[in-house]
Design a protein around this ligand. Sequence first.
Ligand code: ZN
Length: 82
Amino acid sequence: MIIAPSDAGFFPKQQEANMAVPKRRQSKSRSAIRRAQVMKQPVPHFVPCPRCGEPRLSHRVCTSCGYYKDRMVVEKSEEESS
Ligand SMILES: [Zn+2]
């Protein structure tokens, strides 16, 4: 990279470029508290099936009747309430 003399003011010297530095070392407890949120497992989102009323995962085929968006996707041997 070629720095023209006119651009010299744009690039500060090393002493002038003081970056923000943490004042204190973060304790082990603080880091563990923050990382505890990462370890949380998401709760599966259950919604009642509009066809049979059984709880199913949203945007998934119903496991009890095999329907998705008023259409049979998975063949089920026994059907209920239809
Ligand atoms: Zn269903």
